[in-house]
Design a protein around this ligand. Structure first.
Ligand SMILES: O=P(O)(O)OC[C@@H](O)[C@@H](O)c1c[nH]c2ccccc12
Length: 260
């Protein structure tokens, strides 16, 4: 079975997002170990980018800190490559298409495969784009996780689920990451049931705006797993030094896991 799909078997997967290189690549490494020790099922790592369209302020700032620290895609991949023997939890890279194009699509697929990365999310690359990237990811056996939203039509849903592997990323509401203004999205159950019918066996991961354990508890039954980014980055940032940051991350993950 696909390494990512396997993580959803208990239907309560926890996926955490961190921005690669925020505040340094050394901290990314330590955070990966910490999250892994606390039992997260998948880690999504963002490729820092200067113009991240889908991201709200928390992740935009995380990206800025990473860029300021000199993080590049090359350095990020080199770091992940170096630590792969100590990492058991599957890793997913999230990045905008431009960064990948600049790196070279084939080189990207080849190098991340060598670094042991299991999947990729490219939020600004539409399913019907004839990008070589799709071909290379398949060639190197890397899952291509695609996004759907409550507005995605039935026809596109079919196309997207057919092309997605690992899991299907269901965006909980329209807007940017970290936007928790909407409380519990009213049509969530209807939306996910509709997606489930079309997606078949593909696990559903729900993300955007899940800000803590209470919300996690309320929505976990609708999907097979949840994705948390901004809320985790906020608690990490609240630490005054590395130890506090790591400790905060651990406590936060514990508090979520206890509800799943
Ligand atoms: O931050 P939130 O609201 O918890 O949402 C998850 C999200 O951060 C992460 O999956 C992500 C970060 N950047 C993205 C861009 C597109 C899709 C998803 C993402």
């Amino acid at each position: 079975m696909n390494k990512i799909t396997a993580q959803f078997q208990n239907k309560n997967a926890l996926i955490t997002y961190i921005s690669g290189g925020d505040p340094s690549l050394e901290m990314t490494e330590k955070l990966i170990y910490k999250l892994q020790n606390e039992g997260v099922d998948l880690i999504e790592i963002g490729i820092p980018f200067s113009d991240p369209l889908a991201d709200g302020p928390v992740i935009q700032e995380a990206s800025q800190r990473a860029l300021k620290a000199g993080t590049t895609l090359k350095k990020l991949i080199a770091k992940l490559d170096k630590i792969q023997n100590r990492v058991e939890v599957p890793l997913i890279l999230m990045g905008y298409y431009n960064s990948i194009l600049n790196y070279g699509e084939k080189e990207f697929a080849r190098d991340i495969s060598k670094a042991g990365i299991s999947g990729v999310i490219v939020p600004d690359l539409p399913v019907d784009e004839r990008a070589d990237l799709f071909k290379y990811l398949a060639e190197f056996d890397i899952s291509q996780i695609m996004l759907v939203t409550p507005n995605t039509s039935e026809q596109r849903l079919k196309k997207i689920s057919a092309k997605s592997s690992g899991f299907l990323y269901c965006v909980a509401h329209l807007g940017t990451t970290g936007d928790d203004q909407q409380g519990i999205y009213p049509e969530l159950e209807t939306y996910l049931n509709r997606v489930r019918k079309t997606a078949g066996e593909l696990p559903l991961g729900l993300g955007f705006g899940i800000d803590g354990p209470e919300k996690a508890k309320k929505i976990i039954d609708y999907s097979d797993g949840i994705i948390i980014g901004s809320a985790l980055i906020k608690v990490i940032q609240a630490g005054n030094n590395e130890d506090e940051m790591l400790n905060n991350a651990g406590q936060f993950v514990k508090s979520i896991k206890s509800k799943l």
